[in-house]
Design a protein around this ligand. Structure first.
Ligand SMILES: Cc1cc2nc3c(=O)[nH]c(=O)nc-3n(C[C@H](O)[C@H](O)[C@H](O)COP(=O)(O)OP(=O)(O)OC[C@H]3O[C@@H](n4cnc5c(N)ncnc54)[C@H](O)[C@@H]3O)c2cc1C
Ligand code: SF4
Ligand code: SF4
Ligand code: SF4
Length: 398
């Protein structure tokens, strides 16, 4: 029987599932709502393809020298529709211009997150925006291999473990593939997210019953709260209503592997790494631009990544910065998140049908109720937080 990653180490990248020629790798839900693979001994012919594809059992050779070049980037059109500066869209548009295909994470109509292929610029809208939940890879890697073998340009964007899974599955490099890994704080499960949505609907009552979309962070600028779109409006969420994001920020609901993630380090796993350029201009060289609309950090890890970045110049702002500045406020680029001491209990509480959001918060105090926390929530509600941040950032550009 083949050896797959252990329960604690398995990232759920699905390389093993895609690699198996006999459909012997079967996927099922764990008690904490994450998807895990298991080998069905009756179907397995012991060919070893799953073991070779698994980037945990068969680690990949590193890309680059561990000292990537760092750039501040934004796409002039898509910046306000993206989570940080729209660097993802900038790369994606170029691949689409060459009749290529882009793979990223999009919600289906029931708000389950899946990796999806997109062939035109309009389709990119569904991929834009960070969704803080694990996306389902399904058969994505098989499709990518087929397109690569047909000579198509392919751009894949995902969490570092997903990029590692794709590379492990492919087993060799392709000149027509560009990969982007995201800086990654960790992922909660779809199971937890769905239970949270149900609790939120119950809390908000009938008028809000149909949640059509969930924005984990708003795209029109940094420092804005999550929100939901319902049939009638877009409603920002604060405090207990945003309990999922409070738990996310406190690293309380991640997959087990996220707390010792082997990809939270340099060298990175993709041709480029995309992140928020937190703290730009605050450490070292000044940055004399408005950062409130969001700035992407792009780390260029390979020649291919460098070539892709150099084709963006027409419609994209690009400025080289230092690697030290890029890393100083973004610890997940080089280290995994620290596990919340009550992680298992908090996950169980989210999954428990009987517990309401207010019960979970009463028990675990996830919402910050200190004076500082209350002032922050109040100033977010009236828009003061954003204005103060804007003044501070303006002052730093002087
Ligand atoms: C779970 C998660 C944790 C993150 N943690 C950090 C962090 O700690 N620090 C930091 O600086 N940045 C983090 N990011 C990345 C950041 O939020 C932005 O996605 C990144 O800066 C790219 O922004 P953008 O404006 O270029 O692209 P956007 O237009 O926002 O596009 C985002 C891209 O990410 C893909 N994507 C969205 N959600 C997922 C998902 N759940 N799984 C896989 N792919 C997804 C989309 O398909 C799209 O390709 C995280 C992202 C995710 C999804
Ligand atoms: S060893 Fe081969 S047949 Fe068995 S599960 Fe792995 S890939 Fe499938
Ligand atoms: S390939 Fe991915 S999903 Fe399969 S065992 Fe390894 S880490 Fe887990
Ligand atoms: S923290 Fe690591 S294991 Fe967890 S989703 Fe991100 S890349 Fe994957």
């Amino acid at each position: 029987m083949p050896r797959l990653a252990s329960y604690n180490d398995c990232t759920g990248c699905m390389a093993c599932y895609n690699a198996c020629p006999k459909q012997a790798v079967e996927i099922s839900d764990s008690p904490d709502g994450f998807l895990y693979p298991a080998v069905n001994a009756d179907k397995c012919v012991d060919c070893g393809a799953c073991e070779r594809a698994c980037p945990i059992v068969s680690p990949l050779s590193p890309l680059g020298n561990g000292h990537p070049q760092a750039y501040a980037v934004w796409h002039k059109k898509d910046r306000c529709f993206s989570s940080s500066g729209g660097a993802f869209s900038a790369f994606a548009r170029k691949v689409i211009e060459k009749d290529g295909v882009v793979f990223g994470a999009a919600f289906d109509e029931d708000l389950h997150l899946r990796h999806t292929e997109v062939w035109d610029v309009e389709g990119l809208a569904a991929l834009r925006g960070s969704k803080y939940v694990q996306s389902e890879i399904g058969e994505t890697f098989r499709k990518i291999k087929k397109y690569l073998q047909e000579g198509r340009e392919v751009f894949f964007c995902g969490t570092p473990c997903q990029v590692a899974g794709l590379r492990g599955y492919l087993g060799k490099s392709y000149d027509n593939l560009l990969t982007a890994d995201l800086a990654c704080h960790g992922v909660p499960s779809d199971g937890i997210f769905q239970k949270y949505l149900k609790k939120l609907k119950n809390r908000l009552g009938k008028a809000e019953f149909l949640i059509k979309n969930y924005e984990f962070r708003r795209r029109d600028g940094w420092g804005k709260t999550p929100s939901i779109s319902t049939t009638s409006n877009c409603r920002p969420l604060y405090g207990v209503d945003a309990l999922y994001m409070e738990a996310f920020d406190k690293s309380a609901i991640f997959r087990e592997s996220c707390y010792h993630c082997p990809f939270a380090r340099l060298p990175r796993v993709g041709d480029v790494t995309l992140a928020d350029f937190w703290g730009i201009g605050r450490h070292g060289k000044k940055f004399k631009h408005n950062v409130m609309k969001g700035v992407s950090l792009v780390l260029v890890n390979t020649e291919r990544g460098y070539h892709a970045l150099s084709t963006l110049v027409d419609d994209t702002f690009i400025e080289e910065r230092t690697l030290e500045e890029a890393l100083v406020e973004n610890h997940n680029l080089t280290a995994p998140s620290k596990c919340h001491p009550r992680r298992n209990e908090i996950i169980r509480a989210f999954l428990d049908e009987r517990m309401r959001l207010e019960d979970i918060d009463d028990k675990f105090h996830l919402v910050d109720r200190s004076l500082k926390g209350k002032v922050k929530m109040w100033s977010l509600k009236i828009g003061l937080f954003e204005k103060v941040k804007m003044c501070y950032n303006w002052y730093k550009t002087l």
